[in-house]
Design a protein around this ligand. Structure first.
Ligand code: FNR
Length: 222
């Protein structure tokens, strides 16, 4: 698929979202949060491609491997999954006030493909942490490489504070206000993604105004 996915996408098909938790551990709080994102996207008519950080986890970046075309399979997989979807959502842990090193490493590998796959792609950032700030500093640190790479990082980010106590036994957020805020955040991101994917189609489309008389001047506008 070409770098800008906007032009040739049929209007009306479900938007596709690559979604993953950037934690490698079992029982991850971020993975629990990302399951709720999956539910919210599907409830609002989107298609989810749920990935795991294990699939995208790469050996340490080494520029010597590039000319030989020895990029890790995990980097190719991350690139391919980005290209196969309209937008992506990451829920990231915060390690020492920043993003996990393996996530930055994967971003560095993928940034070397051409066309550069993060460019002009919509991204929603989330985090979950036992701390009171919910891992929010990891998200601010992630903005730096992503904005450098041309990614459209959604302005509103969702950070789940005291995440170890936030989930009810059924996996939902115990606090109904917080649950609504999460769903609203996801829905608003979906709406913006939809406009950026479909608006180029609308600009090119013929639009009929029903009820107007078939006058060549007023019948259709471009
Ligand atoms: C952490 N943790 C953490 N939490 C936080 O809010 N701010 C931080 O700076 C850090 N730093 C940090 C460093 C390292 C090396 C580890 C292992 C952990 C705690 C972290 O938020 C917690 O372990 C989360 O549960 C990790 O996310 P997952 O794996 O549960 O999704």
């Amino acid at each position: 698929m070409e770098n800008n996915p906007g032009i040739d996408i049929p209007y009306g098909r479900p938007l596709r979202f690559l979604v993953f938790s950037a934690s490698l551990r079992n029982d991850s709080l971020n993975t629990k949060l990302i399951r709720l994102v999956v539910q919210a996207i599907e409830k609002n008519g989107g298609h989810v491609d749920l990935a795991s950080m294990i699939e995208f986890d790469c050996p340490s970046y080494n520029q010597d491997l590039e000319p030989a075309g020895k990029q890790p399979e995990a980097a190719k997989e991350f690139r391919n999954r980005l290209l196969a979807n309209d937008a992506f959502v990451i829920s990231s842990p915060e390690y020492n006030g920043s993003m996990p090193g393996f996530l930055k490493n994967a971003i560095d590998w993928v940034s070397r493909f051409r066309p550069q796959p993060f460019n002009e792609r919509n991204l929603l950032l989330m985090s979950a942490s036992p701390s009171m700030a919910g891992g929010n500093r990891a998200l601010w640190s992630l903005r730096v490489p992503f904005e450098h790479l041309g990614t459209r990082v959604y302005p509103d980010m969702f950070s789940l504070a005291t995440a170890h106590k936030a989930f009810s036994p059924d996996g939902n957020l115990a606090d109904a206000t917080l649950a609504k805020r999460l769903e609203d955040n996801v829905l608003n991101f979906m709406n913006l993604t939809e406009s950026s994917i479909h608006y180029p189609c609308i600009k090119k489309a013929w639009v009929e105004f029903l009820g107007e008389k078939p006058d060549p001047v007023t019948e259709r506008v471009e």
